[in-house]
Ligand binder design. Sequence first.
Ligand SMILES: Cc1ncc(COP(=O)(O)O)c(C=O)c1O
Length: 346
Amino acid sequence: MPRTFPKNCPFQIGNTPLTRFVIRMNGLEHEIDLKEERYNEFGSVKDRVAWYVLNNSAKPGEPVESVIDASSGNYGYALSRIGERLGISVSVVSSPSISEFNAAGIRGAGARLIIAEARDGESANAARMRVAGEIATTEGSLFLDQYRSLLNPASHQEWTATELFSEGEFNACFVAASSGGTARGFADFLAANPHPTELVLVDPYGSRSFEDPGAGDLPKLFIPGYGSGRASSFSNVSPKPSVRRVSETDVLAAFGLFEQLGLPGIGLSSIGVVLGALDWLAEATEPQRVVCVCADGDDRYRDEFESRYLPKIEPHELQTAIARLKPVLSDLQTFTPLSDQVSVAQ
Ligand SMILES: Cc1ncc(COP(=O)(O)O)c(C=O)c1O
């Protein structure tokens, strides 16, 4: 039975925790906080986007029977689970790089998963948008079009960023450039609500999300949701956020280290974001407080880590990266509020 949308979000989405760390670098002590979006009900920051886009695309009083959209995985997973609960039929068009976790979750929620193969010269992202649009036209389902709809960045401007900046001031905020929804939403939030915060986008080498990666032999991207072969529809923003590149090799090296060192179980793009922040902090000349938006959790990558991700890189490059990153990550210490420090000292 098709149904209309409840006005307020009926799911446990939002109010995700901020996990705080301190780190000493070059004689300075910095605070680095992780906004852990894996604690949303369907496990990622894309829960917010899926709910917001769906809720605002529906015309008031008009039932929605079926929707379709393109996704690298997390958004499709969230949309499928939301559709299952609301009685809406969902189709997700993804790419061969979708994780097993997300593919199984989409199918398990009773949604249809279509894998779009890219044509010569076409990015994976553009291929899934093309196929989703074609199917929507043929079948008459509602195409949510998250990669072009301004509702995507608006969900972050109104929700994720508003929630995050209620936690106080940050000198810098790091997000994955990815397909640009979070990046644009945070840029719009900061333009509308001036804060003394630099927005920094983290992207792998070879990604063209917000900035042309240059000519030459570009590495082939293989981590879902980290980087994009297509320029983001949302990249036309002023002032232009800076882009910091962190290699996929470093991300994979740090993934194992996070587990070894008992650091939070965040996903691969989030690890890239944290490494970008640490790199930025290494150049700081005064103590800083920074925040990293961590899109999802390690549960989406763990099962395929050895079979799918590790074989993409040279073992000696991995070992070199581990040796370089281990001392840095080992210095991350859990933040202890001053009040607790006093009571311990007493
Ligand atoms: C792993 C991961 N990180 C980050 C993002 C950020 O997405 P967006 O391009 O919407 O900001 C996504 C989106 O799908 C993702 O799957």
